[in-house]
Structure formats: structure tokens, C-alpha cells
Design a protein around this ligand. Structure first.
Ligand SMILES: Cc1cc2nc3c(=O)[nH]c(=O)nc-3n(C[C@H](O)[C@H](O)[C@H](O)COP(=O)(O)O)c2cc1C
Length: 689
């Protein structure tokens, strides 16, 4: 090994405008809202049920201001009434109580002298700097050897870590042998392949480009173990929580990592191992747990951001998402008032970016094809540009469909021949990979994420299932509110959190899916409220019911509306009265997606109902919405017309589960890809007409 030693401390790395409006034109079916199509001819769907025609507006001319995405036309925009109680999580009396209890605590701990001093500013900054600038490194390692005294300092730092009951359960096995490293590399490669096979296609493509270890590229590998038997039988703090032993070893890893960074040493943590196989391959005592396999060496540079972020694999979650005050869900940074998740999300929703939108129209004109020849897809590409504020827009891949599952009290009214248990059974089917949504998701390379937001059965913990049950099914909307206002809000928050989670995990498109026997009844009721249509016009056959059941279902919707007299200006009140948990969660997914400037592809009638609610809460939410398909349900047409959304696929599907949205995903991806890959007239030397 040659080459100079790197220095021990390397230098530190150092208008929106509203958009196009609809101009209603007789007989036309809406195009995607707030976007100006370039094709000279409007794209027309069968006009049946087109209750509220919405027309297209011409593409903005140069220098012309682009106006607001008044999604469905100003005269229909509901007056949003945010109820004060929706936006406040603390009641005045609760605050008083808190003040009293804080006073009591303060009394109990009266300071008697000066507190122990902290570090001076420069020292504190050095500590924080090493934490900020520590990186997991897999690329750019050098073969320079690590001097013994440097490695010793790093190991000493690791050994000063806190540990449960001061049991110090760690050991450090320092490996330099090329042969051992080759063996470990082979083991990791096998697990890498197994992991790659488990990924949805959209993810697997991205993963192929990632380096996940540097076992052979680093002069030193360190295995950090935890001995769960160390410290005797009565280790303090491990009595009920045996996992504290490996946690303690993980803290030693962090110390090691930070000390290494200060020495200018890069560290890469490899966890692509079958632990038992590894213990055997390394000849470790069988009772040890392997906590970490670390690759250590000098590096060319430390990236500013995690390599996974740079590769677009993940995003950093803001601190404000993860700090709660007093109780989980009351998010507040120290010194700030708790913020309401819904209000915060709504406040972050913005219209499409006019500049990126203008660039998209320009680019579409310069691409080697007749202007407008990609029809509706040109409109979607412009929407994606305006949403992402980038032209060309990011290709919406990988994508994930969130299937929200819930049951409905209105099932008791005989609105469907399917028993309620089918909801839970289908959830199991989604998780087992046996449903249509799974086949379609496999085909288009998307991830399936199932969220129990209100299934009337206890679902066992299963990979891929997010347990977020608000209650085991809504109440019967014909005899009382389906949910309380608080429940409706909590379900919306589940949707917002799901959007945050999927986007932070690197998804660049979200798709709505839902499962809930009897949920088309709730969908019809919601659509009737927000479109003003008669229940008979928007109540459909759902999973396929006979005339008699359809008549009963329509009557049930009518009765529920008569009973509640829901006010569309109070969207959360409407949801609580006649909605479903999965509708509320989809509302949250739409709002969450829009706030994160991530496109959301809507599935069928229930997604349409949810989009109406979301629009009533935040009209600009439509900037992120793409109608995946048009279902066979009459209510869906009414919803799409009201929303001013033109569906991409129209195949008489009436399944739900996100199936229509999944089919539309490749269309949305294709339009973004065309923006990236299609040559322009100038670049290709093609003569324009
Ligand atoms: C417990 C643990 C296991 C990890 N396993 C791997 C791994 O097998 N392969 C890999 O490339 N990175 C692995 N990492 C590194 C993470 O990807 C990395 O910490 C994360 O992306 C954040 O980047 P940063 O450490 O540079 O801030 C692991 C990190 C931790 C904490």
C-alpha cells in the first residue's frame, strides 16, 4: 500500500403564481385542471354524465401571466370553513393545567448554585460539526494504511460509549486479512442479490446503481459484537429489555464513527449479512450477536449529504416531523406552539410553478414531433414540471400505491351482498401478493403498501401492513355520524403521514388505493354532497349488485343525506357524517402528496370522492392530482367533472385497490421520460414545418 497519508483533519466540506383557469365550454369533458393544453383540438370523452363541463384554456403566450388553477372554476369553489377545533390541539384549560404542573416541578427542583458549565462555543461547534459531517462512506476509499495510534484513538472512543448497566457488551474484531474480507464480500454479495430480487422493479433499477459496501476497498474492517451474557445475570436495565445489550454496542459504533470522521477516516456500515452465517464464517463464539460490520479507510472526500440522498433513494425528514410535545402527535419544536398536522400540510400546498410550466410548454413545442401530438400527455408533462418546479420534471419512479382499508357501519343496511369479513380477507390477499393490484403493481414496478385505517378485525402484524387503525369500522351513517370529527381528522393525518413516509422513502409518485366492503355507498354520499347531484345519479352498482339492492343503496344514501344535511363548506364535518376511514386517509394522502410537490395518481370512485373533500379543504391540492382512470361507477364521472380532471384510462374497471391508478402509472412516467429523452428540432437538426 502506497500513497501519502491524508492529513488527520481534512478541510471541512464546506413566484409562484396561480395558473390557468377553466372556461366552461358546453359539452366538453374536463381536461386536467389548471393546465393549458397545446393541442389545438380539445380531447373529448363520451359526454354522458358530464354535468359540469370544463373546458381547456389556451397555452399561455409568451409574456402572458399565467393565472390560478382555480381548479373547478371560481363559482364552484366552496367556501372553506376550517372549524377552529380542527386546527387546535390544545384547549385553554389544558394549558392552564400544564402551567400549574410545570410550576410544581419547578418548585421541587429549585437550583441551589450555578449549573455545570457547557463547552465554549468553539468546542461545542466542533462536537456538532463532527455529528453533522459524519457520513456513511461506500465510494472513494483509498488504500492508505491506518496508523496504529489513529485506530487506537478511534477504538478508545468507541469503548467510552454508554452501556446498559455499564455492562460494556461490545467487542471489536479488527480484520485486515484480504482472504477474510473476500469471504465476507461474497456473503454480502449473495444477500445483496436476494434483496434486489425482493424489490419492486421501480426500486430495483435504482438499487442496481448503488454501492452498498466497501469490504474489499478498505484496509480495515471492524466487526462490532454484543455479548448478551456479559455483566452477569442481573445487569441493571436489561431485566425487561434484553435488546439493550445490542443497543449499547450500537452506541459504541456511533462513537467509533464520529471519532473516525474527526481523524479523516471514512466508515461504511454493511448490514447485508445473514448473522449466523457471518458468526460461523468469522469463527466468532456462537453466543455473540453481530451488531455491525464496518469498513474503515481514508477517503478522497466526505459528501455533504448521505449517499442515498444523493442517489435519490431517500429524503431527509425535517426535525419538525419528529418532535412531539408531551403526547405523541402534538408536534412542536422547543419554543414553538404545537402545530396542527393538517393545518401545516395545507399551508404548504402551492399552485403549480409558472416558470417551470412555461418552460414545459416551450420544450414540448421544440421536441421532434408536431406540437400537441402527445395530446393529454403533454398536459401531464407540464403539470409534472409545474409541480416539481423543474423542467424536465423528475421521472415519477419509483412509485408506491397506498391501499387504505376500512369497514363501514352502513354495511348493516344491506347495500352489498358481500360480507364485511371480505375487507380483512382481501387485505391478507394484498399482503400475500395474490390480488389484482399486486399483479398490476408487479407489471409496472410499483410498491404496494397496505394501511389498516379502520378494518373491523384484528389484523396480524405482517410486512407491508401499516397498522393505523382509528376504529374497527365506521358507524352506520343512516343512524348517526359515521365517525367523530376527531376520528375523521385522525384518519386524514394517517394519510398525510403515509404520504410523508412514502416520499421520504424515495417514492416520486403516490397512487391511491382502497379496500372496504360497502365503501361505494359512502363514496356516493360524499359525491352527492360535493357535486350537488341527486343520490340516484351518483349511486352505482359497486361490486355488481342487482336492481333491488341498487334501489336500497340509493335510498340509504338519500336517507343519510336527509339525516345529516351535510354542509360542503365544512369538509371535515361531511367526512365525519358520511365518509369512511379510507376516504379520510386518502384525503390526507392527497394533501400530503401536494404539500410535498409529489404527483398523486387517483384511482376510482372512492379516490374521486376523497379528492372532492381534499379540494374543499385546499383547492390547490389539484395541482398534484392526476386522474388515473374513469371507473364504471356513475358517481366517479360526476366527481371527475366537478374536479375538472380528465382520466387517462377508461376501461370500465370497477375494482378499486388502486388498479386503475397502477395502469395509468406508465403513461405518467412516459410523458416525463419523453421530456428528458426526446431530441429537440435544433439538437437533432430536424427542419420545422
Ligand atoms: C444500522 C445501519 C446499517 C446500515 N447498513 C448499511 C448497508 O448495509 N449498506 C450501506 O450501503 N449502508 C448502510 N448503512 C448506512 C446508511 O445507509 C446511512 O447511514 C444513511 O444512508 C445515512 O447516511 P449518513 O450515514 O451518511 O448520514 C447502515 C446504517 C446503519 C445505521
Amino acid at each position: 500500500q502506497t500513497g501519502p497519508l491524508p492529513p488527520s483533519a481534512p478541510p471541512a466540506p464546506d413566484p409562484e403564481q396561480p395558473l390557468g383557469q377553466f372556461v366552461p365550454v358546453e359539452g366538453q369533458v374536463p381536461t386536467t385542471p389548471h393546465l393549458a393544453p397545446t393541442p389545438p383540438q380539445p380531447l373529448v370523452l363520451p359526454t354522458q354524465d358530464a354535468q359540469q363541463p370544463v373546458a381547456m384554456v389556451p397555452a399561455p403566450r409568451e409574456g402572458e401571466p399565467v393565472t390560478a388553477p382555480a381548479a373547478t372554476g371560481g363559482e364552484h369553489a366552496p367556501d372553506v370553513v376550517q372549524q377552529a377545533e380542527d386546527l387546535q390541539t390544545r384547549a385553554a384549560d389544558q394549558e392552564e393545567q400544564e402551567e400549574e404542573s410545570t410550576a410544581a416541578v419547578a418548585e421541587a427542583a429549585q437550583p441551589t448554585g450555578p449549573a455545570a458549565p457547557g463547552y465554549a462555543d468553539a468546542e461545542r461547534e466542533a462536537v456538532l460539526k463532527v455529528m453533522r459531517e459524519r457520513r456513511d462512506i461506500r465510494n472513494g476509499f483509498r488504500s492508505d494504511p491506518i496508523p496504529h495510534e489513529v485506530l487506537l484513538r478511534v477504538l478508545e472512543a468507541a469503548h467510552t460509549a454508554p452501556s446498559v448497566g455499564h455492562s460494556q457488551p461490545w467487542d471489536f474484531v479488527v480484520i485486515r486479512s484480504a482472504e477474510t474480507r473476500r469471504t465476507m464480500h461474497e456473503l454480502a454479495m449473495r444477500q445483496r442479490e436476494a434483496y434486489a430480487k425482493s424489490l419492486p422493479k421501480g426500486r430495483a433499477k435504482q438499487f442496481k446503481e448503488l454501492k452498498i459496501e466497501a469490504i474489499l476497498d478498505t484496509p480495515v474492517n471492524i466487526v462490532v459484537t454484543a455479548d448478551p451474557t456479559r455483566g452477569g445475570r442481573h445487569t441493571l436495565g436489561r431485566y425487561t429489555q434484553p435488546q439493550m445489550a445490542p443497543y449499547s454496542s450500537a452506541l459504541a459504533v456511533e462513537n467509533l464513527w464520529l471519532a473516525a470522521r474527526a481523524e479523516g477516516l471514512g466508515v461504511g456500515w454493511v448490514s447485508f449479512f445473514d448473522e449466523r452465517e457471518m458468526v460461523r464464517a468469522l469463527g466468532l463464539p456462537e453466543h455473540l450477536e453481530v451488531v455491525a460490520y464496518l469498513c474503515v479507510g481514508y477517503v478522497d472526500e466526505f459528501p455533504d449529504e448521505p449517499e442515498l440522498m444523493q442517489a435519490g433513494w431517500s429524503k431527509r425528514r425535517p426535525l419538525s416531523w419528529v418532535v412531539h410535545e408531551e403526547t405523541y402527535g402534538r408536534r412542536a419544536l422547543p419554543g414553538e406552539e404545537p402545530h396542527d398536522l393538517l393545518a401545516e400540510t395545507v399551508a404548504q400546498i402551492r399552485p403549480l410553478d409558472a416558470k417551470a410550466l412555461g418552460e414545459a410548454w416551450e420544450r414540448q413545442k421544440r421536441m421532434t414531433k408536431p406540437p400537441g401530438a402527445l395530446g393529454m400527455l403533454e398536459i401531464i408533462s407540464a403539470q409534472l414540471s409545474g409541480l416539481s418546479r423543474q423542467c424536465p420534471p423528475p421521472i415519477p419512479e419509483p412509485a408506491a400505491v397506498a391501499i387504505f382499508a376500512g369497514d363501514h357501519g352502513v354495511h348493516a343496511q344491506g347495500v352489498t351482498p358481500w360480507p364485511q369479513e371480505v375487507t380483512a380477507q382481501m387485505v391478507a390477499n394484498f399482503l400475500g401478493g395474490g390480488a389484482v393490484c399486486n399483479a398490476f403493481a408487479n407489471q409496472v414496478g410499483a410498491e404496494v403498501c397496505v394501511v389498516d385505517v379502520g378494518v373491523a378485525a384484528d389484523l396480524p402484524a405482517t410486512p407491508g401492513l401499516l397498522p393505523r387503525k382509528i376504529r374497527g369500522g365506521t358507524s352506520d351513517m343512516t343512524t348517526g355520524p359515521a365517525m367523530t370529527r376527531e376520528e375523521a381528522k385522525a384518519a386524514i393525518e394517517v394519510g398525510i403521514e403515509t404520504a410523508r413516509d412514502l416520499v421520504a422513502a424515495g417514492n416520486k409518485a403516490l397512487l391511491t388505493g382502497e379496500m372496504g366492503i360497502a365503501n361505494t355507498t359512502a363514496s356516493a354520499a360524499l359525491i352527492a354532497v360535493f357535486t350537488g347531484a341527486d343520490p340516484a345519479e351518483v349511486t352505482g352498482r359497486g361490486t355488481g349488485i342487482n336492481d333491488e339492492t341498487l334501489a336500497r343503496k340509493t335510498e340509504v344514501v338519500r336517507r343519510a343525506l336527509d339525516f345529516h344535511q351535510p354542509d360542503p363548506a365544512d369538509p371535515i364535518g361531511v367526512l365525519a357524517a358520511i365518509g369512511g376511514f379510507e376516504h379520510a386517509a386518502m384525503v390526507g394522502l392527497l394533501l400530503g402528496g401536494a404539500s410535498l410537490r409529489t404527483p398523486v395518481i387517483l384511482d376510482g370512485v372512492s379516490a374521486g370522492a376523497a379528492a372532492l373533500v381534499a379540494r374543499a379543504i385546499a383547492p390547490e391540492v389539484l395541482a398534484a392530482c392526476i386522474a388515473g382512470h374513469r371507473s364504471a361507477e356513475p358517481g366517479h364521472v360526476a366527481a371527475l367533472n366537478k374536479l375538472g380532471l380528465r382520466p387517462l384510462v377508461d376501461l370500465d374497471l370497477r375494482l378499486g385497490e388502486g388498479t386503475g391508478a397502477l395502469l395509468a402509472l406508465p403513461l405518467v412516467q412516459s410523458t416525463a421520460r419523453a421530456m428528458h429523452e426526446v431530441a429537440t428540432f435544433d439538437s437533432a437538426g430536424v427542419t420545422e414545418k
